[in-house]
Design a binder for this molecule. Structure first.
Ligand SMILES: Cc1cc2nc3c(=O)[nH]c(=O)nc-3n(C[C@H](O)[C@H](O)[C@H](O)COP(=O)(O)OP(=O)(O)OC[C@H]3O[C@@H](n4cnc5c(N)ncnc54)[C@H](O)[C@@H]3O)c2cc1C
Length: 336
């Protein structure tokens, strides 16, 4: 197989079966890196019946798409995905393998990097080519500083946050799709019994254009019902800082921050959140940040584009009513 020295992205699919937004963004980033290195760009997609997704990846900038097919790959299974990828990586040595900083990327890339003794940079917020080398940028010290890192092994692996790359428009000359039937030597020791997506459906934070997050100052679950209503009116999703998750007011899939999800929506509305570095490192890449907080000295105002000093119990109902009045036809919830 060709592909040694190439830039490779590991693609994932959304629930619809189409390539996930993060994978199209990775393709965009991969294209920039490949152009900078004068290398080819390949995408690898694992699953069952992945033809449409593979063709879309080929149309969105990949020179080549490798479609690794097997019925057992239809749901993420760490052992089988690892074995399938290791089998593939026997045939060529990519210059770099990029995956999203998603649940799958965070699980699979360390396995691959360990198995192949490759350098791995996780949680990247940037990657660029300089002097023929790829430099990866990632937050360190709880998000208080950015480190630029270079991997010295033949293959560099990296997980990349959402919205770091920019998806490219479809091209008129799509790349080639190669279908490879995966086979597995070892008996399967792990058999996923299904996929629980209930909470994810309520909170697809990474893809939401608007995120309305609540903090400890919400005081309880009731406040989150109001946040859900506001998010629904704005076509967005509900997030939370860590204290509401620890207190059980919001599911853990909603947590934004260094130990939660990293989001970069167009608009992030932080309600009753003080603005700790652990929280900011999960949302500071948002297009516009709006803060509602009763403490005028709350740090969140320092990083916000717009701020409302006030009690959310007064501000939120008025804001929600004004929105409903301004756009009554937007009563439908996009993510519900
Ligand atoms: C290892 C580690 C990892 C962590 N990971 C994360 C993480 O991933 N995400 C995360 O968020 N945190 C994380 N934390 C916790 C973090 O340090 C902060 O404690 C947390 O972010 C604070 O959440 P908060 O802003 O909601 O609460 P607080 O800091 O208590 O702020 C509450 C805010 O609400 C305001 N408020 C109160 N009542 C009202 C009202 N009625 N109207 C308007 N405003 C009001 C207050 O003025 C205050 O600013 C982590 C901590 C550690 C040690």
């Amino acid at each position: 197989m060709e592909g040694s020295g190439s830039v490779v992205i590991l693609a994932e699919t959304a629930e619809s079966g189409a390539p996930a937004a993060i994978s199209l963004e990775l393709l965009g980033l991969g294209r920039d890196l490949a152009d900078g290195l004068g290398a080819d760009l390949s995408a690898v997609i694992l699953g069952s019946g992945m033809g449409d997704a593979a063709r879309e990846l080929a149309a969105r900038g990949a020179d080549e798409v490798i479609q690794l097919e097997h019925a057992s790959l239809s749901t993420y299974n760490p052992e089988l995905y690892q074995e399938a990828m290791l089998g593939l990586l026997k045939s060529f040595t990519p210059r770099v393998l990029l995956a999203g900083h998603t649940a799958m990327g965070q699980d699979l890339l360390p396995r691959l990097a360990f198995s192949l003794s490759c350098g791995l940079v996780t949680d990247c917020v940037g990657a660029r080519v300089e002097g023929g080398q790829i430099l990866f940028v990632r937050p360190v010290y709880g998000g208080n500083a950015l480190a630029t890192q270079r991997v010295t092994t033949a293959t560099a692996m990296a997980t990349v946050r959402a919205r770091v790359g920019e998806a490219k428009a479809p091209t008129a000359t799509p790349g080639e799709v190669k279908v490879i039937e995966a086979s597995f030597a070892a008996p399967v020791r792990l058999e996923p019994k299904g996929r629980e997506t209930l909470e994810d459906r309520e909170c697809p934070l990474e893809e939401a254009p608007v995120v309305v997050s609540g903090g400890r100052g919400m005081g309880g679950e009731e406040g989150f019902a109001l946040l859900r209503e506001l998010a629904s009116l704005l076509g967005g999703a509900v997030g939370a800082s860590r204290p509401p998750v620890d207190s059980g007011w919001a599911p853990s899939t909603c947590q934004v921050g260094i130990t939660g999800k990293v989001v970069a929506p167009d608009i992030y509305i932080a309600v009753a959140i003080s603005g700790s570095t652990q929280h900011l490192s999960g949302m500071s890449e948002a297009g516009k940040i709006v803060a509602i907080n009763k403490d005028p000295d709350a740090y969140i105002f320092k990083v916000s584009d717009y701020g409302v000093v006030g009690d959310w119990k007064q501000v939120l109902p008025a804001f929600t009513a004004a929105l409903r009045e301004a756009a009554p036809e937007q009563g439908g919830a996009r993510w519900a």
